[in-house]
Each structure stands twice: as C-alpha cells, then as structure tokens.
Design a protein around this ligand. Structure first.
Ligand SMILES: NC(=O)c1ccc[n+]([C@@H]2O[C@H](COP(=O)([O-])OP(=O)(O)OC[C@H]3O[C@@H](n4cnc5c(N)ncnc54)[C@H](OP(=O)(O)O)[C@@H]3O)[C@@H](O)[C@H]2O)c1
Length: 301
C-alpha cells in the first residue's frame, strides 16, 4: 500500500527496579535468595554484589538475578540492602555502598557486627540485625532478630519476608541477646554434627559401618527433636523416661557425668558468646558514611 508505513516500535520500559540488594553472595545469601524466589519473588528484583567471578556466574545461572562485581549506582534507590559478607569483609564492603544506601532499610546477617556500626557505615538509622543458621539452606533454620528504634513496623515485616522462608524467626528485645543466639543456634549446627560424628565413630568401634552409624545417628537426632517438639514434657523429663537405673542409657549418662561433659559443653557455649561479642569489637568499626575507599586492612575469610 502506497503511503503505509510500518508501525513504529516504541521502546517499552521493561526495566524492573531492584527491590532488594545483597552485599555478598555466599552460602547464606544463596540460601536467602533461594527462599525468596521459591516464595514467588521475581529474580529481576534481586541484585547481588559479589566480587568472586565464579561465584557471580553461579548466582546468575542458578537464580537469574543481576550479580555485579562491585557496588555502583544500581544500588541507588533500592529500598532494602542485605549484608551477607563475612564480618572481616564488612568495612571494605560498606565503603563503596555507602553513597547509595542511606535511605534503605539495612538487614544484616553478619555475626558480631553491631547496629551502631551498620548505622555509621550506611547512614541509615533503619537497621535489622539477624542471626540465622545453616539449616536455612533447607528451610529449617531459626533466626534471631533485633531492630533499632529507627526501624518501622513495615521494616520489621520486610525483614521477616526475607528470612521467613528460611525457617523460624525469633525477635529479641536487646541487641546483646544476639550474641547468645549466635552461640546457641548460629553455631549450633556444628555442635550437633560434632555429636553425630562421635556417634558414627562409636558405631565404627562397635563393628557397624559408617553408613549404619550415620543412619542411626541422624534418625535419632531427628526423632528425638521431633518428639521433644511435640511433647509438653521438658527435655530432662524425656531423658529420665529413657533412663532406667542400672540400664544402658544410665551407664552412658553416668559416663558423661563422670567426664563433666555437660559443664564442658555449657562452657563451650559461653566461649562462642564471648567470641560473638569480640567479633563486633574487632570488625564492627566500619568507615563512616561517605568515607573514601581505602584498601581493606582486614584479613579475607
Ligand atoms: N554460614 C552460616 O552458618 C552463618 C550463620 C549465621 C550468620 N552467618 C553470617 O553470614 C555472613 C555470610 O556468611 P557465609 O557463610 O554466607 O559466608 P561466605 O559463603 O564466605 O559468603 C560471603 C561472600 O561475600 C563475598 N564478599 C567478600 N568481600 C566482599 C565485598 N567487599 N563486597 C561484596 N561481597 C564480598 C565473599 O566473596 P569472596 O569469597 O571472594 O571473599 C563471599 O562470596 C557472615 O557474616 C556470617 O557471620 C553465617
């Protein structure tokens, strides 16, 4: 047709603004992003900053999110920033982010880094500090949470929406309680594995295979915790119920008591709590907002 012209293709605005940015794209960030996407969040709304090339490629492939090697103006206007680097890396990670994140809610999963350090490093008074644990990877974690007075009810809800898919949540009234949560449940999976290792070792010494020991130990932990969860009886009552005087469990518990295992274990948790406290002293003092980038003096993880 004379005079007819092809329809003009107007550029469509397909740009979706990131709604959440992760600084650090390691194990914990991966677990949280996996949970968010399973819960229906669109990958294009998630931004990740991860300096390691291979890890970045993995994140982009696994989740379809935008993964950047360093902070840049993609961060500007993102309403929620999740801090998921090792505590040692926080100061260096925060410096290049600071110019972009002052208006955002800051959600930290870093062990030890205190909210005053997060406020100083980001310029935002809206901070939620969280202490998750690795069962978050399978949706069975438990996370302790503390919010600064500057955080609103909507901020708390936003933090819950990020962490809720990873398991249970427990809000705390005092920030210092997070050090105890770190000692209990943050480091806790390692204690459980330690006992499982001991059971597997004993199984081997008694002539069972490693696989048999592993099955028996894992099923026992899973079953005992499920029973304790359903029961209104305390763990002490449940323990006494399987401990008849002179029996096999009695023999084992007497041996544990003779070796003062319970008090040694309680001391170990105090050591973990103390380490959580000192981590904040060591790595919490980030450069103030807007400070110029400087080489990271802290050791890499
Ligand atoms: N895993 C747990 O059980 C657990 C439990 C509770 C809390 N947390 C906390 O979660 C945080 C992350 O732990 P994780 O186990 O996920 O550690 P991770 O696997 O080592 O992840 C941290 C990631 O951050 C990256 N990173 C380092 N410097 C960075 C920077 N300047 N900017 C952006 N990203 C940077 C690291 O890259 P490189 O490898 O290149 O350094 C690494 O990929 C820690 O603070 C930890 O205390 C972990």
């Amino acid at each position: 047709m004379i005079g007819s012209r092809p329809p003009t293709l107007k550029p469509m605005n397909h740009f979706i603004r990131p709604e959440i940015a992760f600084v650090g794209g390691g194990n914990m960030a991966g677990a949280l992003v996996g949970g968010l996407l399973k819960g229906g969040r669109i990958p294009a709304t998630v931004l990740m900053i991860e300096p390691d090339d291979r890890q970045r490629a993995r994140l982009a492939l696994q989740f379809g999110v935008l993964a950047l090697p360093a902070a840049d103006d993609h961060l500007a206007g993102v309403p929620l920033v999740v801090w998921a680097v090792k505590p040692q890396s926080f100061a260096a990670a925060a410096r290049p982010c600071a110019p972009f994140v002052a208006d955002a809610l800051q959600l930290s999963v870093m062990a030890g880094i205190r909210t005053d350090a997060l406020v100083a490093a980001t310029g935002s008074a809206r901070v939620v500090r969280a202490m998750p644990n690795t069962p978050a990877l399978v949706g069975l974690g438990i996370t302790g949470l503390f919010a600064t007075p500057g955080a609103t009810a909507a901020d708390r809800a936003a933090a819950e929406s990020v962490l809720g898919a990873s398991g249970e949540l427990m809000w705390l009234a005092r920030e210092s309680d997070l050090d105890a949560v770190t000692a209990l449940s943050g480091s806790g999976p390692a204690y459980v594995y330690y006992f499982i290792e001991a059971m597997i070792q004993a199984a081997g010494e008694m002539g069972l295979t490693v696989e048999q020991g592993r099955r028996l130990a894992l099923a026992t932990f899973a079953g005992a915790t499920a029973l304790a969860r359903q029961s209104s009886d305390s763990p002490a009552v449940l323990r006494e119920r399987v401990t008849s005087k002179g029996g096999t469990t009695y023999a084992a518990l007497m041996s544990l008591d003779n070796d003062a295992v319970k008090s040694a274990f309680v001391r170990a948790l105090h050591a973990a709590r103390e380490r959580a406290r000192t981590l904040g002293d060591e790595f919490g003092a980030a450069a103030p907002q807007g400070a110029s980038a400087a080489p990271d003096p802290a050791p890499r993880p």
